[in-house]
Write a protein that binds this ligand. Structure first.
Ligand code: SAH
Length: 506
């Protein structure tokens, strides 16, 4: 029998990398994950496919479930003999009502463990260039709720003591009360010139920081909405020197990735590392071909081929998956030479412990033919090309012209992805999206079909389009898009470099 248990887990402040190793383990083993508004949903990708997700977020005043209902839900799920991971923003015990939930579990005799998380008061100032202590300016640091009702007669906050008694003050949930908080601090002796920072969505690519002093911050931060934390103290001045996060090259840029879900993450991770806010908007889905027969035939007769030519990583995966499904392994490929169109495809092949014999310096079909000519006669050689249903005919035609015997077959199919409803068109028109990336001609075509070709004229000038290579660029231009960013090397790293260059030159 499974042991039912509840893990109360701190997910950290926003950056998914800031969860603890133990917290991540709890996500991986959960049967049920009950999560809050401040939890980065990207963390949920680490769960098993059969895990049940329940969102119980509270955003400002709007609660999906009241706290009592959340408590009941956690207990109910645990009593179903399930491993329940209760995921909360920051640390569960810092203004997170984690203690209340733990007490209810205790009352109901449900075993629980609590996994600490990095709380907002530590992480968000860090990402805004502010250390919460520094020997020269503060030796004390206080975490305070800013949520207290200012009309309450008796404050549970001893303003007289904290105003001058603590060096660095962090106010959670204090945006609405910012006028009251700053007034109390000044009234109780803190200098009006004390530096203050308000940080919204800290540690995420949407982080926004506003800096002022006790007497100016209310005005300066008037447009900042929750969730935001307020940091008061001399340490805020160090931001001028220590602002490592907001100075990343793509910080503040929102970039759309249109590749298939399976392929998006490498690219998205790179952009994210450079500080971009990445929206994954898959326009293509990779599926099995209508008929697997031709591929099966080719695999059965694989010994008769001299060359296996791969023009995409999807082709590589589709080929090997089928090879294994048919009960065979890579020994079948002995003596057959392998060609890859570019470095990503080569990496994909290497994963199966196979060395690539030929890879052209330029990653387009034209260049494959040139390179093959250098290493083989082509004439009389048999080539197998496991490709997409929509692959260009140039490569097989050219090889045939040169006397090669070519089997060009559909190893996988690309279909248009179900559009994600994220108001992309409005976001583009409002200037909220900075760059849209295309990594193949089909991403261009499907993107325009999803967002509506009638919108093209409205896009140009509002958003930049970035393309991985000349064929993709040509497709985009033919469809009326102005391509501003073009990769010099036709690979994902090449495209990332081009994006970095284009933003640096501004
Ligand atoms: N348990 C959480 C705090 C929950 S209270 C923790 O330990 O961090 C919610 C408040 O936390 C918000 O109103 C805001 O003041 C602060 N907060 C949480 N995440 C934040 C973030 N990424 N950026 C800025 N403030 C954040």
């Amino acid at each position: 029998m499974k042991r039912s248990v509840v893990y109360l887990v701190g997910a950290g402040p926003g950056d998914p990398g800031l969860i603890t190793v133990k917290g991540l383990e709890c996500i991986k083993k959960a049967d049920v994950i009950i999560y809050d508004y401040l939890v980065n949903v990207n963390l949920l990708k680490n769960a098993r496919p059969d895990t049940e997700f329940i969102y119980v977020g509270k955003q400002g005043g709007a609660h999906t479930l009241e706290q009592e209902e959340i408590n009941e839900l956690i207990v109910k799920k645990a009593l179903e003999d399930k491993i329940v991971t209760r995921l909360k923003g920051g640390d569960p015990y810092v203004f997170g009502r984690g203690a209340e939930e733990a007490l209810v579990l205790r009352e109901n005799h449900v075993p629980f463990e609590v996994v600490p998380g990095i709380t907002a008061a530590i992480a968000t100032p860090n990402y805004a260039g502010i250390p919460v202590t520094h020997r020269d300016c503060t030796s004390t640091f206080g975490l305070i709720t800013g949520h207290e009702d200012p009309t309450k007669n008796e404050s549970s906050i001893d303003w007289a003591k904290i105003s001058t008694g603590i060096g660095t003050l962090a106010f959670y949930m204090g945006i609405k009360n910012l006028p009251y908080i700053t007034e109390q601090l000044m009234k109780h002796g803190r200098s009006k010139d004390t530096p203050v920072a308000v940080i919204r969505w800290g540690t995420t690519s949407q982080q926004k920081t506003v800096v002022g002093t006790l007497d100016t911050i209310v005005q300066k931060a008037k447009d900042i909405k929750p969730p935001a934390i307020t940091i008061v103290g001399e340490v805020v001045k160090l931001r001028d020197q220590l602002n490592w996060f907001e100075t990343k090259p793509l910080f503040g840029k929102t970039i759309v990735v249109t590749r298939s879900r399976e392929q998006a993450s490498d690219f998205a991770d790179k952009l994210y590392e450079y500080g971009a806010h990445v929206i994954e908007f898959p326009t293509i889905e990779i599926t099995k071909p209508d008929s697997i027969q031709p591929l099966d035939e080719a695999i059965k007769n694989i010994h008769s081929y001299n060359w296996l030519v791969f023009t995409s990583i999807n082709g590589v995966d589709a080929f090997f998956q089928r090879l294994f499904e048919l009960g065979k392994d890579i020994r079948e490929l002995k003596g057959i030479k392998v060609c890859a169109i570019g470095p990503a495809t080569e990496e994909g092949i290497k994963k199966y412990h196979i060395k690539v014999d030929c890879r052209p310096p330029k990653f387009v079909a034209e260049s494959v033919v040139e390179e093959l000519k250098k290493v083989t006669t082509i004439k009389g050689e048999k080539f197998l090309l496991p490709r997409a249903d929509i692959a260009r005919s140039f490569l097989p035609e050219e090889l045939q012209k040169l006397g090669g015997k070519v089997t060009d077959l559909v190893a996988y199919k690309t279909v248009m992805a179900q559009p994600r409803d994220i108001n992309l068109v409005d976001k583009i028109k409002n200037g909220e999206i900075h760059i849209i990336t295309f990594t193949s001609s089909s991403t261009v075509r499907n993107f325009l079909q999803i967002v509506g070709e009638k919108n093209i004229s409205a896009f140009n000038g509002h958003v930049q389009f970035a393309s991985i290579g000349p064929i993709t660029t040509q497709t985009a231009e033919e469809m009326g898009l102005r391509v501003d960013i073009k990769a010099k090397e036709y690979t994902i790293p090449g495209l990332v470099d081009a994006i970095l260059e284009s933003t640096a030159s501004k």
